[in-house]
Ligand binder design. Structure first.
Ligand code: PMP
Length: 419
């Protein structure tokens, strides 16, 4: 169907570390949930910048705010200096997000990316508790730097870095044993038993939905049990909301449904709302025990990102309309994917809200369906250690019609691949 066959990236394969093997198009412009390529084709985007574009590409309100800011001579880069733009972001974040949820967090800028916020959280937990060990979960994904990688589950990503990494171990995520785990009784037992020889961890780091690890979603009661265990043993609970946060699960924070208050929250990806690098680490105020300069970094003062982040919070999070519409769209997505999954023996829908996908019993199916979807004009990714889950994460601003077209493409691609 007319996709361009070669590009400069093919010719330069030996010189360019080009990440994108699955989508050979050369993209030029984008708006909302559409991406346009040089060869004139358009693609519907069910990938949304790996979760960095929850409000779609180039949202006009954010774009205007950014252009206006730059035209007026606004500061672009300011390390950790005070700027009016940063103040505006902090007060907006407090008023629109933290205060209405009764959350009392100090906001820290850990560096530009998701892996930076995870790294800062792990370091702070070790510093504050004086303990070293970190527990994380099977199939977790937390980032690519050595600390964040050490709490990541995927062996392919870990092992090349040379083991062991930082002092950490993995415990089973919620559905690892098809729901058969007695939540945390076993862990409670070894932590309470002085004869067990198990060192108390500094922190447990968890995702409410495992974005990269196969879209397993934690049950609210499981998260509550985890939170209670942490509190009882004075272990810090770090919630990595880098991918599942900023509205993706139907609330601003993915843990709201469970009603827990983590000690540390990691945010990045869609916090700037515009695809600009930005990350936040939210910490309970009494945990702020950093010495000045103890955790620093050059790119912590990305003022254009503060501008679009503030515009996004004001535009989307000042009332419940956006959340309710996003929840409706999320339910439509879930229904559409369920209809497809129902057609295939053993296929199941996984995830929550706008972070939802289909796991097929044939582990090669998802990649093939993603490739067939691309041919039909849809950008959709896979998730899981074997790429066994077809993962859809459209922008939350997607229209019903676009959503339906995307689901129809997946259905047609599945028929092509699986019959
Ligand atoms: N945590 C989670 C849950 C993520 O999904 C990701 C990125 N996929 C990261 C951390 C790392 O973020 P970044 O790629 O921006 O470093």
């Amino acid at each position: 169907t007319g996709m361009s066959s070669t590009s400069i990236f093919d010719e330069l394969e030996s010189q360019v570390r080009s990440y994108c093997r699955n989508w050979p198009a050369t993209f030029t412009t984008a708006a909302g949930s559409a991406m346009h390529a040089e060869d004139g084709r358009s693609y519907l985007d069910f990938f949304a910048g790996a979760g960095a574009l929850n409000y779609g590409h180039n949202h006009p309100v954010l774009l205007e705010a950014l252009i206006e800011y730059l035209r007026s001579g606004g500061i672009v880069h300011s390390l950790d200096m005070h700027t009016a733009t940063k103040r505006e972001f902090l007060t907006t974040f407090r008023d629109r997000i933290l205060a209405p949820r009764n959350l009392d967090y100090k906001v820290m800028f850990p560096g530009p990316t998701g892996t930076n916020t995870v790294e800062s959280a792990l370091k702070l937990a070790r510093k504050v508790t004086g303990r070293q060990h970190i527990l994380s979960f099977t199939n977790a994904f937390h980032g690519m730097t050595l600390g964040a990688l050490s709490v990541t589950g995927n062996s392919m990503k870990r092992n090349g870095a040379g083991l062991p990494l930082t002092n950490s171990s993995k415990i089973p995520y919620d559905d690892y044993f098809s729901g058969a785990t007695e939540d945390f009784l076993w862990l409670e037992r070894v932590l309470s038993d002085s004869g067990s020889g198990v060192d108390k961890p500094a922190a447990i780091i968890v995702e409410s939905v495992q974005g990269e690890g196969g879209l397993s979603a934690a049950r609210p009661e499981w998260l509550r049990a985890l939170s209670e265990l942490c509190r009882a043993h004075e272990i810090l609970l770090i919630l990595d909301d880098v991918q599942a946060g900023c509205g993706r699960t139907g609330d601003f924070f993915s843990f709201e449904e469970a009603g827990i208050t983590p000690d540390i929250v990691c945010l990045s990806k869609s916090i700037s709302g515009f695809g600009l690098p930005m990350a936040l680490t939210l910490i309970r105020p009494e945990l702020d025990q950093w010495e000045p300069g103890e955790h620093n970094g050059t790119f912590r003062g990305n003022n254009p990102a503060f501008v679009t982040a503030t515009a996004a919070l004001n535009h989307f999070w000042s009332d419940d309309v956006f959340v309710e519409e996003a929840r409706e769209r999320g339910a439509e997505l879930h229904d559409g994917l369920s209809r497809i999954a129902n057609g295939y023996e053993g296929a199941i829908v996984k995830g929550r809200g706008f972070l939802t996908g289909i796991k097929f019993p044939d582990t090669t199916a998802a990649s093939k369906i993603a490739a067939a979807s691309y041919q039909r004009g849809l950008l959709v990714e896979t998730s899981g250690p074997e790429d066994e889950v077809l993962k859809t994460m459209p922008a939350l601003t997607i229209s019903s019609d676009e959503l339906r077209s995307g689901v129809d493409i997946i259905a047609a691609a599945a028929t092509e691949v699986l019959g």
